[in-house]
Design a protein around this ligand. Sequence first.
Ligand code: FMN
Length: 213
Amino acid sequence: MKHLFFLLAILFSVPVAKAQDLQEIKLNAPDKTRGSSVMKALSDRASVREMDERALSLQDLSDLLWAAYGVNRPDGRRTAPTAKNDQDIDLYVALPAGTYLYDARNHLLKPVVSGDLRPVLAAGQEFVKKVPVVLLIVSDYSRFRMGNTEMARLWGAMDGGIVSQNINIFCAAVGLSTVPRAYMDQAKLKEILSLKETQMPVLNNPVGYPKKR
Ligand SMILES: Cc1cc2nc3c(=O)[nH]c(=O)nc-3n(C[C@H](O)[C@H](O)[C@H](O)COP(=O)(O)O)c2cc1C
């Protein structure tokens, strides 16, 4: 009987465990010399939903995150602008074994929760379950020092859109595949990632190498 209870507890528990199972991931210094010209990247940018399942190399992941929302100036400002520099955006990184938070100041990934978040992000789009990484862009609109909630949510969505476009252009410039996505199970994500009421998942970008034909 005891065994049955244990089995049921496993089957019906939330499909992700605590972050203790995961280690911090130290990222490589970004290679700021790589990629095509801006005009070529704009010319190549396109939403791609078919990707190789192979994991990204650490250098590609490091460069992707720095391009998306890394620190690019000594005063801590970022590769993506935010309204009044209130830096409302957090970037979550969903890898098959668990989800991490990008710590841009120290350029590393901090464990948040173990387990596979991709099915929750997929929300019915099957390809998302198999991509090597999904970047989840979350705005905490309580970080805005002025404006009402309606304005803050709007600015949060704008700031998130700019981070997503950094990802789109970086991927186009270096030959990675991506697509900006609004589909995701918002309520489940908030629960699993223990997000505050004011933290709003804005967009997510699955990223992978182009599918081999
Ligand atoms: C705000 C926003 C939300 C989007 N959400 C999704 C999505 O949930 N799933 C998806 O497959 N594509 C999504 N897209 C991608 C669009 O479908 C795509 O950008 C559009 O069809 C134009 O194609 P292109 O990006 O190749 O120019 C989204 C794009 C934007 C800008």
